[in-house]
Ligand binder design. Structure first.
Ligand SMILES: Nc1ncnc2c1ncn2[C@@H]1O[C@H](COP(=O)(O)OP(=O)(O)OP(=O)(O)O)[C@@H](O)[C@H]1O
Ligand SMILES: [Mg+2]
Length: 834
C-alpha cells in the first residue's frame, strides 16, 4: 500500500514492508551468504577435496586413526584461514559502510538521510546539484534541473528535465523529460521525485550486465596470479615425479598417492589470499585511525604502488577559505556595482554553490529586493560561467559571471568609471587583461562580471544569450595556500611520488600557489593546448608537465589516461563533479567526506579531513602491506619450496616415505600458524622508499638462490640421521620433521629484511609465534600424541646437532641473501650487468 501523501512520504512501516518485497536498492546485490556457506566454500579447493577422498579410502582400508588426524588437520587449516578472512571481510565492510552514499528521503513527514540501498518504490526524495540519482523516479517538482545521463546514454552534455512535461508512455524512455534514472547525476538545480523502480528493476539495472566491465587487474593482482602459476607448475612436476618414483619402486600405491597430494598441499601457498586480505584490512584499519576510510581494501596496495599523484588545487593545496578581496571596474577602481551584479548572480544561482559563491554571498549588505529570477543557464565546467535571467521593474537582464578570459571574449562593450556603456576596443581589452594578469601574479582568483539587457518578454535564458555582453568588472578572491601542504608534497616527492596539478583555474594563480608551496613547475599545459593535441602528442608531454591549467573534466581525464598509458600508477585527488571521471579512471581515486556524492561514489578512498599528511601515511601503509605480502611469498618460494623439494627427492634414496602424509600436513599447518602474525610485522624504511612494484624476476631469482640452501641442509640432516643415529623409519621421520619445521620457520628472521637481521626489529608477535611453533615441534615427539602422529623421542645428542645445523643454515642463508641483494643492486644501477 502506497500512500499518496506528498508532504509526508511513506511511513517507516510501509517502507519496511516494501523493502522486503522489492529487495535492497542495489544493482547486482552481493548475495549474502550465510557464515556456514562461506565456511564450506573454503573446502572448495581441488587439493583439499582430493585429500579428503584419499583419506576416506585409507580409512576404509583400516587406517582409521591417521585418517581422523588428517581430517582434523585439514579442518584446523581451513578454520584458521576462514576466521582470518572472515574477520578481515567484516572489518572492510564496516569501513565501507561509513562512507556509503545517502539519499534525502521524506518518511513519516520528516526529511532524513538514509543509505541509498534502503530506498523503495514510492519514496519521495529531494535532489540537488552534485547528487547521484539513487533510483528511477518521476519528477514531482523541478527547478532548473540539469542532469548528466552519460552513464546510460553516453551523451556527455547535460539534459534539462521538467516536472510538468507530459508523462512518457514508455517507462524505459531515457529521453523522457519528467523522469530521472538511477546512475545519472544532478549537474544543477533542485527537484523532488517519487521513486518508481529500485535496484535491479531500474533502467540501469536492466543494462548493468552489458555495462559491467571489470576493472583491469592491477599489476599486483596480475603478479599474484603469475606467482600462483609458477608454484602450480612446480607442484605439478614434483607430484608427478614422486608418484612415478613410488610406482617404479613398487611402494604401496595409496600411501604414495597420499604422500604426493600432501606434498602438493605443502607446496601451495594456501594462506596467500588470507595474508593479502588481512594485511590490506590491517592497513585499512590503520588508515581509519587517521580518518581515512578505504572503500575497497586493495586501494591500500595501489597507494603503495602509486608513483604519480594528480590533484586539483582548491581545498587540497589551498585552505578553501575563500575571501572576496576586491571588486573593481574595468579601470581597476573599487566598484559597488560589480559586487551587486556578482551577488545577484550567486544569490539566484541554483547549481552547486562553489566556495566562490559563498564568499560573494557573505556580503550581506547587498540587497536583492525587487529582483525576481526568471531563469538561469547553470554553471558547467566546459563554459566555466553561470548566467541568471532576472527582472526588476519591467527590465530584464542577464547577469553573467565566470572565468575572465572567456567572458572577455563574449563582451563587446564595457562600463566606464561613471557607468556609461562604451565600446570595448583593443586598448580597453588590453588594459583589462593586464589588470587580470596583475591579480593572477599576486595570487588572486578572479571572476569577471558582465551583463546585458534582454527584451522584457524574453522567456528563458539559453547559452546563446551569453553574447554581446557588457563588461562590468572583476571580483578578486584570495584562497591562501595551505602551508602544511608544502612539506607533504616534498615528502611525497622524496618517496618517489610525483605530484601534478590539474586545475580549472588559470596558470598565474596556480603558479603563485606552487611558488608559495615550493613546488617547482617543470612544465605547463593548458586545456586549449590539450584540446589541440593528438593522444600521442599528449603522451609525449605528460611526463615533464606538472601543471595542467584551465582543463575541463574530459581533459583531466585524458591526462590521466595518458599517464596510465605510460605505465604509471596514478592517484587522483578531487572533490567536485568535474573530478568524477578522473576519480574513476585513476588507479586510486581519493576524495573527501564533504565532496559531492558523485565524487565520493567514484573514489576508492575518502579522507574525513582534508589533510594531505594522511596521504603520505597512506602511501607508507600501502608499501608496508606490500612488503609483508612479499615476505610471505619469499618464504613460500624459498624455504618452504626447498623443503618440499628435498622431501620429493629423498623418495629416490629412501626405502620408506621420508614423512608420513599426515606429518607433511602437520608440518604445513604449523608453518602456516607461525606466519599468521606476518601481516603485523614491521617493514624496514628502505623498503618503503620507492613505490612498491611487483617483480616476478626478483621472486624467481630469489627462489633459485635461497631455495636450494634449504634442500642442502635437509640432505645433511638426512645423512646424519641415517649414518650417525642409524635411525629407523620413525626416528628418521621425527628428526626430519623437527629439523624441517625449525629451519623453515626460523629463516623468516633472515628473509624479512635486507639488512643484517640484528639491525631490523621483527614485530614481537611474529617472534612469539615463530619461537612457539618451533618449541611445539620439538615437544610433539615426547607428547602423548606422539604415537598417533608417528613420532618417537629424539636422542638428546640430536638437539645439539640440530642447534649447530640451524645456526649454520641461518648464517648461510644470510650470506647468500647479502650476496643476492648486492648483485641485484649492481644490476639495477647498471642495467648492462645481467
Ligand atoms: N560559481 C561559479 N561561478 C562562475 N564561475 C565559476 C564558478 N565556479 C567556478 N567558476 C569558474 O570555473 C573555473 C573552474 O572551476 P574550479 O576552479 O572549481 O575548477 P577545478 O578544476 O575544480 O579547480 P580547482 O583546482 O580550483 O578545484 C574557475 O576557475 C572559475 O573561473
Ligand atoms: Mg575543484
Amino acid at each position: 500500500m502506497i500512500t499518496d501523501q506528498l508532504d509526508t512520504g511513506l511511513s517507516n512501516a510501509e517502507a519496511a514492508t516494501l523493502l522486503k518485497q522489492h529487495g535492497a536498492n542495489e544493482i547486482k546485490p552481493v548475495r549474502q551468504r550465510s557464515i556456514l556457506v562461506q565456511f564450506l566454500t573454503h573446502f572448495y579447493n581441488p587439493l583439499v577435496l582430493i585429500l579428503l577422498v584419499a583419506v576416506s579410502i585409507s580409512a576404509l582400508n583400516g587406517d582409521g586413526v591417521s585418517a581422523l588426524i588428517i581430517g582434523a588437520i585439514i579442518l584446523m587449516s581451513v578454520t584458521l584461514d576462514f576466521i582470518q578472512e572472515y574477520r578481515a571481510g567484516q572489518a572492510a565492510a564496516k569501513l565501507a559502510a561509513q562512507v556509503a552514499v545517502t539519499a534525502t528521503v521524506l518518511r513519516d513527514g520528516k526529511l532524513s538521510e538514509i543509505p541509498v540501498a534502503q530506498l523503495v518504490p514510492g519514496d519521495i526524495i529531494s535532489l540537488s546539484a552534485g547528487d547521484l540519482i539513487p533510483a528511477d523516479g518521476q519528477l514531482l517538482e523541478a527547478k532548473d534541473l540539469f542532469i548528466n545521463q552519460s552513464q546510460l546514454t553516453g551523451e556527455a552534455y547535460p539534459v534539462e528535465k521538467h516536472a510538468d512535461a507530459p508523462a512518457s508512455t514508455d517507462p524505459w524512455d531515457l529521453e523522457a523529460k519528467a523522469a530521472v534514472f538511477m546512475g545519472s547525476t544532478v549537474i544543477s538545480g533542485t527537484a523532488r521525485a517519487r521513486i518508481t523502480r529500485t535496484g535491479q528493476s531500474t533502467a540501469l539495472g536492466q543494462i548493468a550486465d552489458s555495462l559491467e566491465k571489470k576493472p583491469p587487474p592491477t599489476s599486483f593482482e596480475l603478479g599474484i596470479r603469475q606467482f600462483g602459476m609458477l608454484i602450480m607448475r612446480f607442484t605439478f612436476l614434483l607430484v608427478l615425479f614422486t608418484l612415478l618414483v613410488n610406482i617404479v619402486l613398487h611402494r604401496p600405491l595409496l600411501e604414495s598417492f597420499l604422500f604426493a597430494v600432501a606434498l602438493a598441499v605443502g607446496l601451495t601457498p594456501e594462506l596467500l589470499p588470507m595474508v593479502v586480505s588481512v594485511t590490506l584490512t590491517r592497513g585499512a584499519l590503520r588508515m581509519a585511525a587517521l580518518n581515512v576510510i578505504v572503500k575497497r581494501p586493495s586501494a591500500i596496495q595501489d597507494m603503495g604502488a602509486m608513483d604519480i599523484l594528480c590533484t586539483d588545487k582548491t581545498g587540497t593545496l589551498t585552505e578553501a577559505k575563500i575571501h572576496l578581496e576586491h571588486h573593481v571596474n574595468a579601470l581597476g577602481q573599487g566598484s559597488q556595482r560589480v559586487l551587486e551584479l556578482a551577488y545577484l548572480n550567486s544569490y539566484f544561482e541554483s547549481g552547486l554553490k562553489s566556495p566562490l559563491d559563498d564568499a560573494i554571498l557573505l556580503h550581506h549588505d547587498v540587497a536583492v529586493t525587487g529582483w525576481k529570477k526568471i531563469d538561469e543557464v547553470p554553471f558547467d565546467f566546459e563554459r566555466r560561467r553561470v548566467s541568471v535571467l532576472v527582472e526588476r521593474e519591467e527590465t530584464r537582464i542577464l547577469a553573467v559571471k565566470g572565468a575572465p578570459e572567456d567572458i572577455l571574449n563574449l563582451c563587446t562593450q564595457y562600463e566606464d568609471e561613471i557607468g556609461a556603456i562604451v565600446s570595448l576596443d583593443e586598448t580597453a581589452r588590453q588594459s583589462i587583461t593586464q589588470l587580470l594578469d596583475q591579480f593572477g601574479n599576486d595570487g588572486f582568483r578572479v571572476l569577471a562580471i558582465a551583463w546585458r539587457e534582454v527584451a522584457a518578454d524574453h522567456p528563458y535564458a539559453v547559452v546563446n544569450d551569453e553574447s554581446e555582453l557588457v563588461f562590468v568588472g572583476l571580483a578578486a578572491f584570495l584562497d591562501p595556500p595551505k602551508i602544511s601542504a608544502g612539506p607533504v608534497l616534498a615528502a611525497l616527492q622524496a618517496s618517489g611520488v610525483q605530484v601534478k596539478i590539474l586545475t580549472g583555474d588559470n596558470e598565474r594563480v596556480t603558479r603563485y600557489i606552487c611558488n608559495q608551496l615550493n613546488l617547482p613547475v617543470t612544465g605547463v599545459l593548458t586545456g586549449n593546448e590539450i584540446a589541440a593535441m593528438q593522444d600521442d602528442a599528449l603522451l609525449a608531454r605528460v611526463e615533464e608537465v606538472n601543471l595542467f591549467c584551465r582543463v575541463n573534466p574530459a581533459q583531466k581525464n585524458r591526462v590521466l589516461l595518458a599517464l596510465k598509458a605510460r605505465k604509471h600508477v596514478v592517484g587522483y585527488l578531487g572533490d567536485g563533479i568535474n573530478d568524477a571521471p578522473s576519480l574513476h579512471t585513476a588507479d586510486i581515486g581519493i576524495s573527501v567526506d564533504g565532496a559531492v556524492d558523485v565524487a565520493k561514489q567514484a573514489a576508492s578512498m575518502i579522507m574525513l579531513e582534508h589533510d594531505l599528511k594522511v596521504l603520505h601515511a597512506g602511501v607508507m601503509e600501502g608499501r608496508r602491506t606490500f612488503g609483508n605480502v612479499m615476505k610471505y611469498i619469499m618464504m613460500a618460494t624459498s624455504s618452504n619450496f626447498g623443503n618440499m623439494f628435498s622431501m620429493a627427492a629423498s623418495t629416490l634414496f629412501l626405502p620408506f616415505l621420508p614423512l608420513l602424509p599426515l606429518q607433511i600436513l602437520l608440518n604445513n599447518l604449523l608453518y602456516d600458524l607461525s606466519e599468521i602474525t606476518l601481516p603485523m610485522d614491521n617493514v624496514d624504511e628502505e623498503d618503503l622508499a620507492q613505490p612498491s612494484q611487483w617483480d616476478m624476476n626478483f621472486i624467481r631469482n630469489f627462489m633459485m638462490t635461497i631455495g636450494p640452501i634449504s634442500s642442502i641442509f635437509d640432505f645433511i640432516t638426512f645423512y646424519l640421521l641415517i649414518s650417525v643415529f642409524e635411525a629407523d623409519e620413525t626416528l628418521f621421520r621425527t628428526g626430519w620433521f623437527v629439523e624441517s619445521i625449525a629451519t623453515q620457520v626460523l629463516v623468516i628472521f633472515i628473509i624479512r629484511t635486507r639488512r643484517n637481521p640484528l639491525h631490523s626489529h621483527p614485530n614481537r608477535w611474529l617472534t612469539a609465534t615463530s619461537l612457539s611453533i618451533v618449541a611445539i615441534a620439538m615437544l610433539l615427539p615426547i607428547s602423548p600424541m606422539a604415537h598417533y602422529l608417528g613420532f618417537t623421542a629424539l636422542p638428546l645428542m640430536f638437539f645439539g646437532l640440530l642447534a649447530v645445523l640451524i645456526i649454520t643454515y641461518l648464517l648461510t642463508v644470510e650470506y647468500f641473501k647479502q650476496w643476492f641483494y648486492k648483485r641485484l643492486n649492481k644490476s639495477r644501477n647498471n642495467p648492462a650487468v645481467p
